[in-house]
Design a binder for this molecule. Structure first.
Ligand SMILES: C[S@@+](CC[C@H](N)C(=O)[O-])C[C@H]1O[C@@H](n2cnc3c(N)ncnc32)[C@H](O)[C@@H]1O
Length: 266
C-alpha cells in the first residue's frame, strides 16, 4: 500500500478542481531552484502530471521523470508525457532509486503521506549531482480546523471503530527549521520558509470539496454510500461553522505550507 494509502484514493478530477490554488506552491517552490540547465529532473509523487510537465518550459533540455504510486494519477499523467522529454513511471517514493546522479529533485505535497521522510530526504540529498537541487513542500496545517474537525469526527463514538486508524495524510511534518536541519545535515546549502495562503473559495461548502479530494477520501473509502453521506454531512456542518461563508458568497481558507530548497555545492 504505497504512501500508506490504497490506490483508488486519488481522484485527479477532484484534485484539479483547485488546480490554481494547489499549483501556486509548486511554482513558488520551483522558483527558488537556481539550476540553469539540468540534465535530469525528477518529480517524486508527481500526481496527475501537469505540474511535472510544466518543468519542461523552465528546463527544455532536461529529461524529466514523474514518479507516483497511484494508478489513477498516473493514468491522468500519461496525457502530459512528451516522448524523450517528459515521462511518468509507477513507483513508491520510499523505494525509489535513481539510475545516476540527479540534477533537480522536486517533491511537492507528498511527504505528509510518508512518515519518517527525514531519512528519505537525507538519502535523496546524497543522490544529487554536484550543484544539484532538492526542493520539498508539505502542508503545515494539520492543527487547522479542517484537519482537527476531521480527526475529532473519526475518533468520535459513532465512527471510531471504523475510522480512528485510517491514514489521512496527517503524518508528522517538520517545521521549516526541521527541514533546514535535515538538508544542511545532508550537506546542502538550504533555504527554508513557510507561507500561509488565504484561498478565496466560492460555492456551497467549498472547504469540504477541497478536503474531499485529499484527506477525506481515505475516510469515505471506508464507508458505504449512506454512512459516507452521514459522515460528510456532520463534517460539513462543523466546517461551515469554522469557515463561515461571507456576505459576498466567498469562503476564506487559510492554508499553511512549509518549503525547503537545498543545493549541493560543487
Ligand atoms: C497531494 S498529491 C500531490 C501531487 C503533485 N505533487 C502536486 O503537487 O500536484 C500527492 C501525491 O503523492 C502520491 N504519493 C503519496 N505517497 C506516495 C508514495 N509513497 N510513493 C509514490 N507516490 C506517493 C499520491 O499518489 C499523490 O499523487
Amino acid at each position: 500500500m504505497p504512501g500508506g494509502l490504497p490506490g483508488p484514493v486519488w481522484d485527479p478530477a477532484g484534485y484539479l478542481r483547485f488546480a490554481g490554488e494547489r499549483g501556486r506552491p509548486f511554482v513558488e517552490l520551483v522558483a527558488r531552484i537556481a539550476a540553469e540547465s539540468p540534465a535530469t529532473v525528477v518529480d517524486l509523487g508527481c500526481g496527475e502530471g501537469a505540474l511535472t510537465a510544466s518543468l519542461a518550459q523552465r528546463w527544455p533540455g532536461a529529461r524529466i521523470t514523474g514518479v507516483d504510486s497511484s494508478d489513477t494519477m498516473l493514468a491522468a499523467a500519461a496525457a502530459h508525457a512528451v516522448p524523450g522529454q517528459v515521462e511518468f513511471v509507477a513507483g513508491d517514493v520510499r523505494e525509489w532509486q535513481p539510475s545516476g546522479p540527479v540534477d533537480v529533485l522536486v517533491t511537492n505535497a507528498v511527504l505528509q503521506w510518508v512518515p519518517g521522510h527525514e531519512e528519505l530526504l537525507a538519502r535523496w540529498a546524497g543522490r544529487l549531482a554536484p550543484g544539484g537541487w532538492l526542493a520539498v513542500q508539505v502542508p503545515g496545517n494539520f492543527d487547522f480546523p479542517t484537519h482537527r474537525i476531521l480527526g475529532e469526527l473519526c475518533r468520535s463514538p459513532r465512527w471510531a471503530a471504523r475510522l480512528a486508524d485510517v491514514p489521512r495524510g496527517t503524518g508528522a511534518v517538520l517545521e521549516p527549521s526541521g527541514y533546514y536541519d535535515v538538508l544542511t545535515g545532508a550537506g546542502l546549502t538550504t533555504d527554508a520558509w513557510e507561507t500561509t495562503y488565504l484561498h478565496v473559495l466560492t460555492g456551497t461548502d467549498p472547504v469540504v470539496d477541497w478536503v474531499r479530494s485529499t484527506q477525506l477520501r481515505p475516510v469515505l473509502a471506508q464507508l458505504g454510500k449512506d454512512d459516507g453521506a452521514a459522515f460528510t454531512a456532520a463534517y460539513a456542518a462543523a466546517v461551515r461553522e469554522a469557515y463561515p461563508p461571507r456576505p459576498d458568497g466567498t469562503t476564506l481558507l487559510p492554508f499553511r505550507r512549509i518549503f525547503a530548497v537545498g543545493s549541493r555545492p560543487y
